[in-house]
Design a protein around this ligand. Structure first.
Ligand SMILES: *Cc1c(COP(=O)(O)O)cnc(C)c1O
Length: 372
């Protein structure tokens, strides 16, 4: 079906249904609005330690190279990732954040109007938007009420035209982890033309035993996607990657914009991967905070979903203020957390782990607001 355009303002029908992205208030805006000298952001699952000092040095050192185009195909980063994971470099694809990897997966793996992709509901916001932009039908299987994964329900939505299934583990916003055994079972149950992508953006906070990475050799239809935005503290530089079947990786490289990963991002990623100390400190801090916040929020009567990620999702006790009120009262006091309206979970909130001091501040303010 082709629709005639009648005006130079006409756009593709998929594009016409897009709403403009509504960013949350920035730290500066909140500081000004409420007259605060300090605002703590615990809303975007960023690294509480910021940028590693070693990576910062490398970025500064490479600043003078910024006039050059990056090497197409980012071979140095590909090699570093391949050796870090002990996989064939032909399987590695690197993009401008996982966002670009997700976008290209839909466009490479699905014929618009013919193929479909299947994910859970609720899911990461990028899956529906990029599926839509690609003209690909996205089917969503509800998670169980406790946010565990209903793989039977997911499989029921898969048919011979399903060419992509994406599962996020640990999941966002719940923090739940899918068992690698269940993911393996799912992979084996999928039709031959279907690729299972496991989005492991937060896996470092759970531990490698929860990853499917080590099973890729025996599961040819499975790919793993990861990012430098979380445990490596480089969300602003935009670096994501995937370990894919080699043929798919090759096509992804062919269609990727040649220089989408910039030269400073590439150097920073290589340095970050080698900085085990920063990675380990981040993981230790997050795991400590997660245990503390889970315990303390539960002590206040909150329902906390067990998380193996760098954030936790919780619901306030019945009879207390509602989620929106807590969110607003925290803002007034200079702490930004994530309301989950866009995930259609209006009675739940998500808080990213901060430093020990930020975590204590958050707990103290929640106690104060709840009168607990
Ligand atoms: C944060 C996050 C990512 C990472 O996205 P980038 O584009 O690499 O910053 C990927 N998947 C999920 C589910 C996430 O929450």
């Amino acid at each position: 079906m082709t629709l005639p355009f009648t005006s130079f303002n006409d756009v593709r029908p998929e594009v016409a249904t897009f709403e403009s992205y509504e960013p949350g208030l920035s730290i500066a805006e909140i500081a000004e609005r409420y007259g605060l000298s300090r605002v703590v952001k615990m809303a975007s699952n960023e690294n509480p330690l910021g940028v590693s000092p070693r990576v910062r040095e490398v970025i500064a050192h490479c600043a003078g190279e910024a006039f050059r185009y990056p090497q197409s195909g980012n071979p140095r980063l590909v090699k570093a990732l391949a050796s870090y994971y002990g996989v064939d470099p032909k399987r590695i694809f690197v993009g401008n954040g996982s966002d670009e990897v997700i976008d290209l997966l839909f466009r490479v793996r699905a014929v618009p109007g013919v193929h479909n992709a299947v994910v859970f509901r609720p899911c990461f916001g990028l899956y529906p938007t990029q599926a839509k932009m690609a003209g690909v039908e996205l089917r969503q299987a509800p998670l169980n009420p406790d946010f565990t994964f209903d793989f039977d329900g997911l499989l029921k939505l898969v048919d011979e035209n399903t060419t992509l299934v994406i599962v996020t583990s640990p999941d966002n916003p719940s923090g739940r982890v899918a068992s690698p055994d269940d993911l393996e079972k799912l992979a084996r149950a999928l039709p031959p033309a279907c690729l299972l992508v496991v989005d492991e953006a937060y896996i470092e906070f759970a531990g490698s035993e929860h990853s499917v990475m080590s099973r890729l050799d025996s599961l040819p239809n499975v790919a793993v996607m990861r990012t430098f935005s979380k445990v490596y503290g480089l969300a602003g530089l935009r670096i994501g990657y995937a370990v894919l079947p080699p043929v798919i990786a090759d096509y992804m490289w062919r269609v990727r914009l040649p220089f989408s990963l910039n030269i400073l991002a590439e150097e920073a990623a290589i340095a970050a991967l080698a900085d085990a100390e920063f990675r380990e400190s981040t993981i230790a801090l997050v795991q400590r905070g997660r245990a503390r916040l889970t315990e303390e929020l539960r002590a206040m009567g909150c329902e906390v979903t067990p998380s193996l990620s760098n954030f936790i999702m919780f619901r306030l006790p019945e009879g207390s203020v509602d989620a929106k009120t807590l969110h607003g009262e925290l803002l007034k006091r200079g702490v930004i957390i994530r309301a989950l309206g866009s995930y259609h979970l209006p009675d739940r909130l998500r808080v990213s782990m901060g430093t020990d001091e930020e975590n204590e501040l958050f707990l103290r303010l929640v106690r104060e607001i709840l009168g607990a």
